[in-house]
Design a binder for this molecule. Structure first.
Ligand code: C2E
Ligand code: MG
Ligand code: MG
Length: 607
């Protein structure tokens, strides 16, 4: 090879090399441009992300900080890059745990944070903490090892959650736990009794006659009263106990860690005393008492529903024994409750199995001595217990919601019966039908069907009277007032039963179109030897007549009573003196035997 040859070769090689270098440079430039473009794209992506994106190396130094991060943490990128997250966005109380977690991760690769969504608090530049939702991924490559944290400010969501939680768990007026939270707390306390082998006492507190008190107050005062009550309740108990408000005037207290049931007695008394102190509400002074039912877990029951029922029953007894007192749940109460439940079950069956019968008691026109009316009195032929008195089963029918169905059956049966008798005996006759207040309040639909039934069957309204109690008129709603007018329009008469035993206000008698007052038997019973009752009966009769109302005396048992009532010009009477309530067949014998008011031939022809 010549020298020239070798020099040529060298320059060729150099040229090739230069070309390759150039090509490489182009390649590199293109790649860098691609990377840059990708980087810019990523940057733009990061910056428009709705999450804050924070990148950080394995030493905890911040290497990336997007737009959203600036917004939620208050730091600009140039201020925070190269600082550690521990110094900046982690609240002081978490810093230790964070450092330890990092260390464990770097040593063992173990962590609970990576790739899971966690809720935690972060620190804003201005020093306030706020809740965030965070997920962290880790990037491993030969020359890049870093964490990417995606962070969302969840302050608003948390706030909304708190508002909703409060709404579902607290009574808005008193801020006491409501029924929902009460049940959770009770469950919780029951479990802690299981662990400690102690008991808890559950107190059911019901304010006495709260409705009446509330109605008598000027507006807004009822709320003030409830606030004062809840604060008195809170003051009487220990820190570990819970007062809740279940409904309008119903409160509960859970007394935890009880080892002696007797120790609950003074607490109950303290609560009663505290509540019975007069309430000064601005210019009004109010007096109020409460009744308390007490039951123990686990002694009286192991289930929440059982405890609730026990507490309620015991409270009910406290009320019926005169209010402003407490009553402990006892097994005897339990027996009573069981009997009640059985009776409800039997009552349901009674309708289907036709175990009801109506007895009729004569009502005598005192001036003419004629049998002109009868009261329909319901009887229940119980398959095991025999004849059950309405004073036993009517209250239970009322409590269990069966009264409407039973009441309608009585109405239909008794109206059919009076219509039959009127035709059969050709008499002007009326049947008086008892109604329970609940039929007027809850059974409005069933009652409204009575009118169409009467129209279809052609039974005259004049042959029917409906008995109501005084209490129904005391807080008569528009619905009740209108229904009374409906009866009136249908020609049906209205009688007030057991008059004199309820409220003493008489103003309602003028307000409504009342046809009869039935003087309660407790006044009639003593007519022959008690001057007070004598005066009372006379006064009732005189007053009723002044108002254009006729009077029926109930429970007449003696000749003397009958005579006195006649002297007082009482219009009608019923009682054992004339006849006990009897079944249809026996009543028909009375109709055949006694003087009755015949429908005159002229009237009959007209009809
Ligand atoms: P009430 O409407 O005051 O009926 C009068 C009650 O006194 C009846 O009791 C009757 O048998 C009784 N009685 C009548 N005369 C005398 C007497 O001279 N001396 C005595 N000691 N008692 C007499 P009963 O039949 O046991 O009914 C009790 C209550 O049950 C009734 O009192 C009424 O409030 C209710 N009741 C009866 N039937 C019905 C019904 O169909 N529906 C509703 N809602 N209640 C009814
Ligand atoms: Mg009656
Ligand atoms: Mg009565």
């Amino acid at each position: 090879m010549t020298e020239i040859d070798s020099a040529d070769d060298e320059s060729d090689e150099k040229g090739l090399l230069e070309e390759r270098v150039k090509a490489l440079e182009v390649d590199l430039r293109q790649k860098r441009e691609i990377i840059l473009a990708q980087h810019n794209k990523l940057e733009a992506f990061f910056d428009t992300s709705i999450d804050a994106v924070v990148q950080m190396d394995f030493d905890g130094y911040i290497t990336g900080w997007n737009h959203q991060a600036e917004k939620i943490f208050g730091w600009r990128a140039e201020e925070i890059l190269e600082q550690t997250i521990t110094q900046t966005i982690i609240p002081e109380r978490y810093r230790d745990a964070h450092e330890k977690g990092m260390k464990r991760f770097l040593e063992s690769g173990k962590t609970t944070v990576i790739n899971s969504l966690i809720e935690i608090h972060a620190l804003h530049r201005d020093g306030h903490e706020f809740p965030i939702e965070l997920s962290v991924s880790v990037i491993y490559s030969a020359d890049l090892q870093e964490f990417n944290a995606y962070i969302r400010d969840i302050s608003e969501r948390k706030h909304a959650e708190t508002v909703i939680w409060n709404q579902t768990n607290f009574d808005p007026l008193t801020s006491l736990p409501n029924r929902n939270l009460f049940l959770q707390k009770l469950e919780h306390e029951m479990r802690s009794c299981d662990r400690s082998n102690l008991s808890l006492a559950l107190l059911y507190i019901d304010l006495d006659r709260f409705k009446d008190v509330n109605d008598s107050l000027s507006s807004g005062m009822g709320d003030l009263l409830l606030l004062e009550i809840s604060s008195r309740l809170k003051q009487t108990i220990r820190e570990i106990d819970t007062v809740s408000r279940l409904s309008g005037d119903e409160f509960t207290i859970i007394l935890g860690q009880i080892n002696d049931q007797l120790s609950v007695q003074p607490i109950c008394q303290q609560i009663l005393d505290a509540l019975a102190e007069p309430y000064q509400l601005e210019n009004e002074k109010v007096f109020l008492t409460a009744s308390i039912g007490v039951t123990f877990y686990p002694g009286d029951g192991k289930k929440i529903e059982v405890l609730q029922r026990n507490g309620d029953q015991a409270m009910y007894v406290a009320k019926s024994e005169g209010r402003n007192r407490y009553h402990f749940f006892t097994p005897e109460l339990q027996q009573r409750a069981l009997r009640r439940r059985k009776m409800i079950k039997d009552l349901r069956a009674a309708m289907q199995q036709q175990q009801f019968e109506i007895y009729y008691q004569p009502i005598i026109d005192l001036q003419s001595g004629m049998l002109t009316k009868a009261e329909a009195l319901l009887r229940w032929h119980h398959p095991e217990s025999g004849l059950v008195s309405p004073s036993v089963f009517i209250p239970i029918a009322e409590e269990s919601g069966l009264i409407s169905e039973i009441g309608s059956w009585v109405f239909y049966t008794a109206t059919e019966q009076v219509s039959t008798w009127r035709e059969q005996f050709e008499i002007d006759f009326q049947v008086s039908i008892n109604t329970s207040s609940l039929q007027w309040i809850d059974g409005a639909v069933a009652m409204s069907e009575w009118f169409s039934h009467l129209q279809q069957s052609g039974i005259s309204g004049q042959s029917i009277a409906v008995e109501i109690t005084e209490s129904l008129l005391m807080d008569a709603s528009d619905q009740i007032t209108n229904r009374l007018l409906d009866f009136h329009d249908a020609g049906i008469e209205i009688a007030i039963d057991d008059f004199g035993t309820g409220y003493s206000s008489l103003s309602y008698l003028k307000q409504y179109d009342i046809d009869y007052l039935k003087i309660d038997q407790s006044f009639v019973r003593n007519l022959d030897h008690d001057q007070n009752d004598l005066a009372l009966c006379e006064a009732i009769i005189v007053m009723a007549h002044k108002l254009g109302i006729k009077v029926v005396a109930e429970g007449v048992e003696t000749d003397t009573q009958d005579q006195i009532l006649k002297d007082f010009a009482c219009d009608f009477a019923q009682g054992y003196f004339y006849s006990r309530p009897v079944p249809v067949r026996n009543f028909e014998l009375l109709l055949a035997d006694m003087p009755v008011k015949r429908i005159s031939a002229a009237k009959k022809n007209m009809a």
